[in-house]
Design a protein around this ligand. Sequence first.
Ligand SMILES: [Zn+2]
Length: 294
Amino acid sequence: MPELPEVETVKNDLKSKITGTKIVSVNALWPGIVKDTPYKVFVKQVEGAEIIKVKRRAKNLIISLSNGLNLLVHLKMTGHFLIAESSAEISKEGKWLKAKNTDLLNDRQNQFIRIIFYLDNGMILAMSDMRKFAYIKLVGDKELQTFLSSYGPEPFSPEFTEERLKKILRAKNIVVKKVLMDQSKIAGIGNIYADEILWAARVHPLSVSYKLSDQDVKAIYQNIKKILKLAIEKRGTSTSDFRDTSGRKGTFGDLRNVYRRTDLPCPECGGSVKKITVGGRGTHFCPVCQKEVK
Ligand SMILES: [Zn+2]
């Protein structure tokens, strides 16, 4: 699932490629991607509107329109936006038939187009989503603010200090990995980066969060920033479905130390990476380097 670095990559792409363009028309191959608003109403509201801003909050994308409404987009498991020239062609089943960019044509992950926005700059904005969990909602500013206020601080915001993280961790008598992935506590961290952050901090994913030492908290704090920053530079992780708006993979997966490296050597000690389940999610760690604090 796309996490902060992947959604940030998409946001940056969209910001530079579609800000200031007008949506000429919309064509949903699967109208179910639009949630809460009848599809016909959605089309009426969106067609003719100008895209004035693209933002990210947690794992959400917010595309603000000139008519005062916003497209609130969650990519969920396999959703990703793709941008192509208007001469590109997509079949009724959502497969690329024609495109200058061969990454669109050749990568299977890009062949599940559910909705297409035709823009007045001669480009098309399409969303591919194999699993059909991604959604687009049309919301006013007030509804948007209410929805976004349920999220914890952004890892790169000034309010996310080491002290704040200490408070977040000390308030909980649950395992640390669950706290890191709780979007109401910290925004944007999911399964991949939680595993990588905890390995880099030498903290066991099952350690009880309120019992972590000041040194552990410091290590987690520093590695949240360091790893998310590096992952943004590498345009995310594409060990499974994620692609950027050109249909290309991010390369942070090449740098990962434990995530989905079960039984492979830990880069620090050479021991085997183990996999357990935490909160229903596959969790990867090194039992030698990461000692459990009970
Ligand atoms: Zn190790």
